[in-house]
Design a protein around this ligand. Sequence first.
Ligand code: NAP
Length: 293
Amino acid sequence: MDIDSHTRPVAVLGFPVEHTLSPLIHNTAFREQRLNFVYLASAVRPADVEAAVHGLRVLGFAGANVTIPHKQAVLPLMDEVSEQARAVGAVNTIVCRQGQVDVDVVKLYGDNTDVAGFLEPLRPHADALREKPMLVFGAGGAAHAVAYAMLTAYRPERLFIVARRQEKAIRLADHLRGFDEARALTIPAQRAVREAVRESRLVVNATPLGMYPDVEASPWPDLDDFTPDQVVYDLIYNPVQTKLLRGAAARGAITIGGLDMLIAQAACSYVQWTGHEMPVDFVRAKLAGHFGK
Ligand code: NAP
């Protein structure tokens, strides 16, 4: 589809944005479905976030993605936010909506599609995971979305948060306390982490440990602790198979890589901007080509 005077722009706002795969994902889907949209990557300095968000309103954008380091900063700039975005405290998707009363007024709706994007690849395992113990490595932005998703979708009997800085794990737990009716959130002492990993039916890496170029790193190198009745999920998508996933698979665990979540969260944004379901299999094939698989 040629760019013309009807083309609706979408952008990812972040800093830096050079390595983002979002333009590849969305432009592949727009072209495949012949939708008159174009997706750009905009490097926005922290001091310019408010101006950039206002730009979406007045420049005819269909919406935007928001990535590091702006996901928290844009939340108060929205006219309305989804329950997930409010709970996680971060917006990764902005939808520009026509005002109900004055159609010339653009209202900004903020969502967090990392929550649904994380859960989508786990759907075949949902029944086996319900109310079981779970564990997250990391206490940053993605860990907030993952822990919220686990609490609300599975009501685990225990949800262990393992972070290198205890105070960040405590902050995460405090933030999500309102969604933890079963008082599952637990921050294990260092000496108790091994037992927590062994006990957990779902183990998630929400740290950058193992990401290119540091591909020999892992949040849990002790592979003897993994068993066939566990699901091990790494949010990292580069490489597609991390050291953690290779090791867990060798012990018989079910493994899920970050590419599936990346595509699923993108699909949740795409449908809100375009009204069309993303052709996810086509996009996945294109990404596999990108990673040389
Ligand atoms: P973030 O907000 O920067 O949080 C990263 C977390 O990892 C923090 O708790 C951080 O601890 C911890 N960490 C960083 N380096 C570490 C190390 N060397 N050892 C132990 N812990 C370490 O980042 P994020 O947005 O949550 O992203 C985390 C990972 O998830 C990234 O790899 C990102 O690419 C991936 N992700 C993937 C998707 C997807 O769709 N597949 C979506 C979102 C994120 P400190 O606070 O102490 O630094």
